[in-house]
Design a protein. Sequence first.
Length: 143
Amino acid sequence: MTPTVAELDFDTVRFNVDTQPEFRERLYERGIELLEKSGLYKNDHQREAKEKVAILILTLNPFPLKEKSPGKVMYIRKIELIERVSIVRNPKITIPRSTWTYEDPIPSIRDTITIEQLETDLDQFLSEFIRAYKLGNPNKTKR
């Protein structure tokens, strides 16, 4: 079976972290560091010049439950690659769709989420994408 990330040029992928605003920059920078260490991401002019045709969205989002469960949060963890996909019957029509996903099957309910927990989850979920990418693109990660 061919991984869905096979033949993906990571230079055409934009990375985004969906989380609470106060953690977004720190988690984004950590994610970029992990992608750089893996060989997928290189911050250079060649990468910047390429059109971005896909987005890798890492969601680490704790939502306060307020009235329903005071002091608790619902925590959603997932990472997905969104690409424009052509419809077979009319290839001129493209729609954004998730072509690769790794996620918790259901959100969890927790007391709190610390930045350290978010960082641990970022490492775990982004590592799953990196592993899948390297399996599908064994010759593309030697930068």
